[in-house]
Design a protein around this ligand. Structure first.
Ligand code: 5AD
Ligand code: SF4
Length: 446
């Protein structure tokens, strides 16, 4: 039988990247091999994001390009999944005529049956129901050959309804996966060579709320810490309001928990934080940062910031800049506010002009670059443990690894070291990476 090829393109966050891995795994069981060559594909899937308008626009332009392929090959099947698919549903078919199927964020597990139905009847399908049971989050995606890191979804959905955000509408209410299932998946991953897991959820700090008293996030981390073969545990994303003292202490107590937290602050202005419905003040946030740095002085703290939220005055913006100056994040993802239909912020007055948002973003990013460089410089001369991921992008002769704090380090080393945990001394710092030198001593190999 002729091979069938799947081309899958992912837009947006790590959650989507992992959803795509799950889609590929399900379709592999139906005989689809994944390809990076669009022209080879029998089935093209776009896993979409609609968190900001720019992400949605990218999907449309990509669909335009793919439509041309369908003119040459009418047998080609084209499907869209993810947030934009959930949002548009049937309307997607009207907007993009050459689409065969649309499936929502709760329907990944239905992909094999949807594809089979399209192949058989060539009819257009839309599947965007929400389900009370989290069917989609337990799909096992086997790691690709040589992979050291894997994502593990521990919960889906979000109950927070931040005023700017579409996620709760498109991914549904929060649902946690039972700890037993998560541990089983991680053991399986460890058996297949995975050394580092990143636990995924929109708000991991509220993990377990629907599971009863016995499950909370810190307890889960500690259980994962006992899985042999797993050397590093990461997680994303944390909501500052729900970051508990217990979890903060875990950075000191659980050796395998990496010394990095992504803690989206969004704004430095209390007035805006209230309008955004974030549920904390900037003083609360600063206290948590202080606690994290007291408990774990090496911790790296990264964040998300939005500029140009409706009604953001020059003063609010300045408070964000001042807050950044005080905290000095290791790095930030910063965004211009993007209006999303159906969210509370859509109805707010005081929309900021695009050029002003751009100006605010640029200044903020320049400030952040200075802080990132300074943070990296502080690491010069320090000893860092790396998980060696592979060859460096910069040079054929170099390897690349990541520190526990999520920084990239390039260094000279033999290929046999890939996959190992080794210590280096940081010799030089740049904005986006560090340079290191392996420590030559007995025992520097696990
Ligand atoms: N506009 C701009 N940024 C947004 N984010 C979420 N929704 C929007 C929006 N409508 C950002 C937040 C969040 C990150 C994942 O995306 O900063 O933390
Ligand atoms: Fe969106 Fe807020 Fe939920 Fe994050 S916590 S997914 S920003 S609603």
């Amino acid at each position: 039988m002729k091979n069938k090829y799947l081309y899958i393109q992912t837009f947006g966050c790590q959650m989507n990247v992992h959803d795509s891995e799950q889609m590929a795994a399900l379709l592999a069981d139906c005989g689809y091999k994944t390809t990076n060559n669009l022209k080879l594909a029998d089935l093209i899937l776009l896993n979409t994001c609609s968190i900001r308008e720019k992400a949605a626009q990218k999907v449309y332009s990509e669909l335009g390009r793919i439509g041309l392929l369908k003119e040459q090959n009418p047998e080609l099947i084209i499907g869209v999944g993810g947030c934009l698919a959930q949002h548009l549903g049937n309307k997607f078919h009207k907007r993009v005529r050459h689409l065969d199927f649309v499936f929502g964020t709760h329907n990944i597990h239905r992909l094999p049956e949807i594809v089979a139905a399209v192949r058989k009847k060539r009819e257009k399908i839309t599947q965007i129901d929400f389900h009370k049971v989290a069917n989609s989050i337990g799909i096992y995606a086997p790691p690709v050959n040589g992979a050291l890191s894997a994502f593990v979804t521990i919960m889906q959905g979000c109950n927070n309804f931040c005023a700017y955000c579409v996620v709760p509408y498109l991914r549904g209410p929060e649902m946690s996966r039972p700890p037993g299932e998560i541990i089983e998946e991680i053991k399986k991953l460890a058996d297949q060579g995975i050394k580092e897991v990143t636990l995924l959820g929109q708000n991991v700090n509220s993990y377990g709320k629907n599971l009863g008293k016995s499950s909370n996030f810190t307890a889960l981390i500690k259980k994962i810490g006992k899985v042999s073969g797993i050397e590093r545990i990461r997680f994303t994303t944390s909501h500052p309001r729900d970051l508990s003292e217990e979890l903060i202490n875990c950075f000191n107590e659980e050796e395998k928990l990496c010394k990095h937290i992504h803690l989206p602050v969004q704004s430095g202005s209390n007035r805006l934080l209230a309008l955004m419905n974030r549920g904390y003040s900037i003083e609360n946030y600063l206290t948590k940062v202080d606690r994290l740095r007291t408990v774990c002085p090496q911790i790296s703290i990264t964040s998300d910031i939005i500029v140009g939220f409706p009604g953001e005055t020059g003063n609010d913006y300045q408070e964000t800049i001042d807050m950044m100056e005080k905290i000095r994040f290791d790095s930030t993802f910063s965004f211009k506010y993007s209006e999303r239909k159906g969210t509370a912020a859509e109805k707010l007055e005081g929309k900021i002009q695009e050029c002003e948002k751009q100006r605010r973003l640029k200044f903020l990013q320049d400030q952040q670059d200075k802080h990132t460089l300074q943070k990296n410089m502080e690491l010069e001369g320090s000893r860092q443990e790396l998980l060696i991921e592979g060859k460096s992008k910069n040079s054929e002769n170099d390897l690349m690894g990541r520190t526990s704090s999520w920084k990239i380090v390039n260094f000279k080393g033999e290929r046999e070291l890939i996959g190992k945990l080794m210590d280096v001394i940081i010799t030089k710092s740049y904005l986006h990476s560090l340079r290191g030198k392996l420590i030559e001593e007995a025992g520097n190999a696990n």
